[in-house]
Design a protein around this ligand. Structure first.
Ligand SMILES: Nc1ncnc2c1ncn2[C@@H]1O[C@H](COP(=O)(O)OP(=O)(O)OP(=O)(O)O)[C@@H](O)[C@H]1O
Length: 259
């Protein structure tokens, strides 16, 4: 009961504004790592409630795009606007979930401890945890079906449970834009199905989900929109219209797509 009420509030909070105010607009985004051109003038715009897949071969710049939107890598040029305001550095409205291999899973922290970290970015580390903080953490754990597992160490969880713990941290943070780096990689069929349901629920609540994704076949049912890129942007639009066999073939020419 409490959960569904909060979900509605969250939906309201994200979507009560006019479309141009809750749209993410990336324009001419270019990112270099020293001499390497990782992204070349990427432009797209989307609104909350959408699930956007980033598709492209290895080294195409998918992770870089997620990190650039999250404010974790500097841009060479271009703008990122969120709800009409330019985003210049990390903000709590954006949550980035790294690729599994980039996480130190042996780090000693419980599920609850990880989720509580989502509140610190908001409250500042010096502030005492308030009743509202505890409630937000409880809600995040509950909505990601992690209440039972909250006292377990992160390293003791399955891959799917670990993904959910990171998502719960983002929910506790009250992030509206979830930037997920290959969230389905390494999950078995059941864990993938559960994650797909959760992403559906989170987007339905009004969150914007942007995720790099390797499996072309499942992209049609998991996502609403797709950005196909290979350093440059090759296409952006609704997934069913945009992700054609012809485009996939051209994009992955010389490299086998994970289909
Ligand atoms: N920290 C870094 N320093 C230098 N070059 C980097 C760095 N990170 C990424 N690159 C380069 O930037 C380009 C884009 O890499 P990125 O990781 O964004 O691609 P990706 O599409 O996520 O690849 P994958 O599918 O293999 O994860 C590649 O040429 C990569 O080698």
């Amino acid at each position: 009961m409490g959960t569904s009420r909060r979900m509605n509030e969250s939906h309201h909070d994200c979507c009560a504004h006019h479309a141009e105010h809750h749209e993410l607009a990336v324009k001419d985004l270019t990112v270099h790592y020293r001499r390497v051109l990782a992204l070349d003038r990427i432009s797209f715009a989307t609104s909350c409630g959408n699930r956007v897949a980033l598709i492209g071969p290895n080294g195409a710049g998918k992770s870089t795009l997620l990190k650039a939107i999250a404010g974790l890598v500097p841009r060479s040029s271009g703008t990122i606007r969120w709800r009409g305001t330019e985003v210049r550095k990390w903000s709590r409205e954006f949550a980035y979930l790294p690729q599994r291999e980039d996480v130190d899973w042996s780090f000693p922290i419980t599920v609850r401890g990880l989720v509580e970290m989502g509140r610190f970015s908001q409250t500042g580390w010096w502030r005492k945890f308030s009743a509202a903080d505890h409630e937000a953490v409880d809600h995040a754990l509950e909505s990601l079906a992690l209440t039972e597992l909250q006292h377990r160490q992160i390293r003791e969880l399955s891959g799917g449970q670990q993904q959910r713990a990171f998502l719960a941290r983002a929910i506790a943070q009250e992030a509206h834009v979830l930037l997920l780096d290959e969230p389905f990689t390494g999950l078995d069929r059941n864990a993938s199905r559960l994650l797909a349901e959760l992403l559906g629920k989170l987007s339905h609540e009004g969150r914007l989900i942007i995720a790099s994704h390797h499996d072309i076949d499942s992209a049609y049912k998991l996502f609403d929109e797709v950005l196909v890129l290979n350093t440059r942007e090759l296409a952006f639009g609704p997934v069913t219209e945009t992700l054609t066999v012809d485009l996939v073939t051209r994009t992955f020419a010389g490299q086998k797509a994970a289909v």
